[in-house]
Structures are given as structure tokens and as C-alpha cells.
Design a protein. Structure first.
Length: 275
């Protein structure tokens, strides 16, 4: 069962409401700051309730907006529906949905326990889809809303050593692009954020398991706040895809213009070097 939700800071206001999953660290935490700075009331969602409460107090104090905490494990079946029901009881409509909760596991596919692959699917794919299914219909009914789904630059090409993760993010990108077109004219926009390697706890954890990741040149590692700022702007503009960074944009364009067999070969060459 999803964890019991608690509110850390609440107030009534006419501000738009942004719900951000994966808000306890990394890009999700930075995005929470972006929306709070733009005078959105914020609902923070993640498994780590203590971290969320600390962030909620900081955002409320700094920006004077209402911030609430909903502790939930979105990889569990029914978690998104329960979150929707909880917010409905409090008469909270969500104007902006940010799906940032996700997990990354790096290494050889055959060396990973099946449960690791399943966890990636449960959170990155099933959890995100459930959140969209729970909250987007209400946005369409109200005729307004914005969705920001966090995918990855890995969504554009196969990545050995990140096979399940890259596949999950390809799903997020494809679903986001499809919904962006399907919802055109409804007042609801869908944006896929496709960041490259970003300086977050996720990268730190991956590097602790693979020393070769410490050898990445600095220009390949994006700043988390810059990524969040670009994502926020793209979301508010209703852009379908946001790829932060010139290097990542070039890689994305190249992957879409290059024959698939060559993309596989290049991805395989690079991926095997970090195994």
C-alpha cells in the first residue's frame, strides 16, 4: 500500500497548483523550486517524507506559497489513484503535473536480478502511466493543464549497460509525443524533458557502482538547476520536447537522422566501454 500522506504546509490561495513526483532530490527538487518561484502552490511527492518536509518548509518560507507533502511509492499498483483520491478530498485540482519519479540501474543486463528490471518498469513506465491516467482527464475536462514527463537523452538510442532504463525512457518519450498530439486543442500540453547526464544523486549512485563514470568529461555533465530552468520554460510554453544542452541536442538530432543500424553500432561501442 502507498504510504500515508501528510501535509506540511497548507493554505488557501488562487495560485495554480503544480504536483511534482520525485521531488525529494535532483531534477525534481530543482523543478519544485522553479514552480514555487513562479508563484505556483506545490505538492511534493516521493517516498522520502522527511526530505519532502524539509524541502516544503524551505520553499514555503522562501517564496510564500502553499506547499504540501504526499508521501507515496508510485511503483506500487493503485498509488496514483489513491493520490488522486486524497487530493480530491482536499478539493485540490492539479494544474501542472510533473512526472519526475524514476530509477536508474547501470550494468550488464544479464548481471542484474530480474527484480531490478521489474522495478524500473514499475516506476518509470507503470507509475508514470498511472499518474497520467489519474490526473490528465481532469485537466482535459477543465480545459487547461500542463504535463512535464522526465524522459532522458537515452530515449533516442539503444544504450548497452542501460538497456532497461533506456527502453523505459523511450516509452516515456513516445507516450509524451503521442499525447502532445492527441491533446492538441484541449488546452492541455505535454512536454517530454530529455536531459543528458546530469549532476544528481542518481549519477553519484551510478558512479559509485562503476568507477569508469568518474572519467566522464565535465562538459558532458549538465547542471541540475540549468536543466530544471529549461524544463520549466519548455513546459510553460507547451513545447513537445526539451533537450537541454548543445551536446545533447546534437546527439538527439544525429540519432534521429542516422540509420538505425549505425545508431546501434555507435551506442554499442560507447556502452561497452563503460561495462
Amino acid at each position: 500500500m502507498p504510504k500515508k500522506s501528510t501535509a506540511s504546509t497548507t493554505s488557501s490561495s488562487s495560485n495554480p497548483v503544480a504536483l511534482i513526483t520525485g521531488a525529494s532530490s535532483g531534477i525534481g527538487e530543482a523543478l519544485a523550486g522553479c514552480f514555487a518561484a513562479a508563484r505556483h502552490d506545490v505538492i511534493l511527492v516521493a517516498r522520502s517524507e522527511d526530505k519532502l518536509k524539509t524541502l516544503a518548509a524551505s520553499l514555503a518560507s522562501q517564496y510564500g506559497v502553499a506547499v504540501s507533502v504526499q508521501a507515496a511509492d508510485l511503483s506500487k499498483p493503485g498509488a496514483a489513484a489513491q493520490l488522486l483520491a486524497t487530493l480530491a478530498r482536499k478539493h485540490h485540482n492539479v494544474d501542472v503535473l510533473v512526472n519526475c519519479a524514476g530509477v536508474l540501474e547501470q550494468g550488464a543486463f544479464t548481471a542484474m536480478d530480474p527484480a531490478v528490471h521489474q522495478n524500473i518498469i514499475d516506476l518509470n513506465i507503470s507509475g508514470l502511466t498511472a499518474m497520467l491516467s489519474a490526473f490528465v482527464p481532469g485537466m482535459v475536462e477543465r480545459g487547461a493543464g500542463r504535463v512535464l514527463n522526465v524522459a532522458s537523452i537515452a530515449a533516442f538510442q539503444p544504450v548497452p549497460s542501460l538497456a532497461s532504463y533506456a527502453a523505459s525512457k523511450a516509452y516515456v518519450l513516445s507516450l509524451s509525443e503521442s499525447l502532445a498530439e492527441e491533446l492538441r486543442g484541449t488546452g492541455v500540453t505535454v512536454t517530454a524533458l530529455c536531459p543528458g547526464i546530469t549532476a544528481t544523486n542518481m549519477l553519484t549512485q551510478a558512479a559509485s557502482a562503476n568507477d569508469k563514470l568518474h572519467q566522464l568529461p565535465g562538459f558532458l555533465v549538465g547542471d541540475v538547476q540549468q536543466v530544471a530552468d529549461m524544463a520549466f520554460a519548455a513546459c510553460m510554453q507547451g513545447d513537445a520536447i526539451c533537450v537541454p544542452g548543445i551536446v545533447n541536442q546534437a546527439a538527439m538530432i544525429a540519432s534521429r537522422a542516422t540509420p538505425k543500424w549505425l545508431v546501434r553500432c555507435i551506442g554499442g561501442l560507447l556502452g561497452r566501454r563503460v561495462l
